[in-house]
Design a protein around this ligand. Structure first.
Ligand SMILES: [Zn+2]
Length: 170
């Protein structure tokens, strides 16, 4: 079984998740799920990123960045959640990007999806972003919480951060 096939909708029990509410400690619970999903990707030279969409305490969409040039984690998770994204909370291990790279800015997809809250593992240190993703979401009325399981999120990004430093981009 490949990781990609296991992530459709049955990779984990939503029953165990259903009793949770989106409180502070559950922010850590769902961020931990997003962090574990991120590890399935081979996205170098991009960062490994995972995301889940949570509505009424249940995961309704999930995704991870599989490889460079393909959809970013949060976009995949929102696509899978479809209309259930409206009013939901998006958990993403890295701040959504706000610039055009090989794919359009994820912030646009987040705004279109209608989530009411975004929980971020760690802020994007990429100089092209400089906090722009979270700032733009907040400016447009989305609640944003940053630095949930931040140490683990940064550890996941370590190879990418090293490559950025080598390139003089952070
Ligand atoms: Zn992105």
């Amino acid at each position: 079984m490949t990781p990609a096939r296991s992530l459709g909708s049955v990779a984990y029990s939503t029953h165990a998740v259903a009793v949770h509410r989106e409180s502070a400690s559950n922010d850590e619970y769902f961020m931990a799920v997003a962090l574990s999903l991120a590890r399935y990707g081979q996205p170098a030279p991009n960062p490994a990123v995972g995301a889940v969409v949570v509505r009424h305490g249940e995961i309704v969409g999930s995704g991870y960045h599989q490889r460079a040039g393909e959809a970013h984690a949060e976009v995949l998770a929102l696509q899978r959640a479809s209309v259930l994204s409206v009013g939901a909370t998006l958990y993403v291990t890295l701040e959504p990007c706000n610039h055009f790279g090989r794919t359009p800015p994820c912030v646009d997809a987040v705004l279109r999806a209608g989530v009411s809250r975004v929980v971020v593992g760690c802020a994007d240190p990429n100089s092209q972003v400089c906090g722009g993703g979270a700032a733009r979401l907040r400016a447009l009325g989305v609640e944003v919480t940053i630095d949930v399981l931040g140490a683990r999120a940064r550890k996941l990004l370590a190879p990418w951060l090293r490559s950025l430093r080598k390139a003089g981009r952070s």
